[in-house]
Design a protein around this ligand. Structure first.
Ligand SMILES: C[S@@+](CC[C@H](N)C(=O)[O-])C[C@H]1O[C@@H](n2cnc3c(N)ncnc32)[C@H](O)[C@@H]1O
Length: 282
């Protein structure tokens, strides 16, 4: 992989943890037909960095596709289903960054950014890094933890491309860091690592089982669910998060979902599609 100094591999890696990622499908990393030898080499090195398999001649199933432009998750049997990738310079994220309401956004209010400029946030369930990006664009220093090697590879690719973006390179690389590992373990040992400072806020957004299939669940979300399934061990995230955060723990939940670990928050904030449960630390 190119410069990946912003990625911290977890010392207590996934293999040692009882909280292993509930991967439903393990995609193979591949390249488009007629890929150049350089692209094949790049794809092989990405596969090896994330301990994924490489197969240059695959035509079916869920794959990670390394193209010249980016790394993306793709269902080859369903060409109409869009690909999933991390693009911090996308139109949607750029619009949200420039016109999304800033510190008045629900997630910013839940994290408590009003009057704060450089809070340290630990996003312990990073996913595609969108919430982390919004918080970083508002001035937060964000450490992201992601346990799935496939999702972490997508995030690393997005971070790497952001380093070359005219709009993002000046601030994003120094405000967003990726840690690959199991959040429950990493949070328990967070302050033992010399490079890690205790976060003001721990942010949690575990996958919630969606009852409705079909159009209601966006195509991209369907791919993600096929890859990861629900985070069945999500309740276990709350206690280490409460022990680590200096100011608050924020949990993003779908509207109507039960509280994480059945623990009532101090504040419930209703966003457009989600609820933010806020646990204050005295
Ligand atoms: C719903 S997604 C998060 C979406 C994210 N907030 C965003 O804005 O893109 C949840 C992610 O958390 C990860 N995850 C869940 N439990 C975890 C754990 N214990 N440790 C590390 N990652 C975890 C899952 O693999 C998944 O990628």
């Amino acid at each position: 992989m190119p410069d990946n100094s912003y990625i911290n591999a977890a010392k207590n890696g996934p293999a040692k943890s009882p909280f292993t990622a509930p991967i439903k499908t393990v995609p193979v990393l591949t390249v488009p037909e007629n890929a150049s030898p350089e692209l094949v080499e790049k794809a092989k090195s990405t596969a090896s960095a994330w301990q994924l398999s490489f197969d240059g001649n695959i035509s079916r199933g869920l794959v990670l596709m390394q193209s010249e432009a980016h790394l993306a998750l793709k269902q080859l049997d369903e060409p109409k289903v869009g690909e999933v990738l991390v693009d911090f310079a996308s139109d949607a994220l750029t619009f949200r960054r420039l016109h999304g309401g800033g510190k008045k956004e629900a997630v910013a209010k839940a994290v408590g950014l009003k009057g704060q400029s450089d809070w340290r946030v630990l996003d312990a369930t990073a996913g595609l890094g969108r919430d982390a990006f919004v918080l970083a664009s508002l001035g937060c220093n964000v450490d992201m933890i992601e346990r799935s090697p496939v999702v972490a590879a997508l995030l690393a690719d997005g971070l790497e491309r952001a380093q070359h973006s005219a709009e993002l390179s000046a601030w994003l690389p120094e405000r967003m860091r990726l840690h690959h590992g199991i959040a429950i373990d990493l949070m328990a040992n967070w302050c033992n690592e010399p490079a890690n400072l205790a976060p003001d806020v721990v942010y949690l957004d575990p996958m919630f089982p969606h009852r409705k299939k079909s159009a209601a669940v966006k195509k991209e979300m369907r791919l993600f669910q096929q890859l990861l399934g629900p985070d069945e061990d999500a309740d276990g995230l709350l206690a280490p998060a409460l022990a680590l955060a200096k100011k608050r723990v924020v949990v993003k939940r779908p509207a109507g979902a039960p509280f994480l670990a059945q623990q009532k928050p101090h504040i419930e904030m209703q966003g457009k599609a989600n609820r933010f449960d806020v646990y204050l630390i005295n």
